[in-house]
Design a protein around this ligand. Structure first.
Ligand code: SF4
Ligand code: SF4
Length: 95
């Protein structure tokens, strides 16, 4: 995925609530609040919006994301997409 696309996406997000880390982007409209990605993330990056009729993930510590891809793999709804892969992917220190 080209860096130009990433830059365009970051531009669209500017001024809005953060929905991307350096490595992943989330689409809360697709989220079904199963919380599998939260359990999969080794870094505590993902948290919950958990109201009665309003439930989806949110990024609580985006700067801690190491791009391991565990959240993307865990999501059955395709609500998380990789922007780029970390050089640390597969590094047991993190995932
Ligand atoms: S890519 Fe890895 S570190 Fe980043 S949010 Fe997903 S599971 Fe957490
Ligand atoms: S795994 Fe997917 S559907 Fe489940 S909480 Fe995470 S983003 Fe939402």
């Amino acid at each position: 995925m080209g860096s130009e696309w990433v830059q365009n996406m970051r531009g669209r997000l500017r001024g809005a609530r953060v929905k991307a880390t350096e490595y992943i982007i989330i689409n809360t409209r697709l989220c079904r609040a199963c919380w599998k990605c939260i359990r999969a993330c080794p870094r505590g990056v993902i948290g919950k919006v958990d109201f009665l009729f309003h439930k989806h993930i949110r990024l609580i510590e985006p700067d801690l994301c190491v791009g391991c891809g565990a959240c993307e793999k865990a999501c059955p709804e395709g609500a998380i997409a990789a922007l780029k892969r970390s050089k640390r992917q597969g590094d047991d220190q993190f995932c």
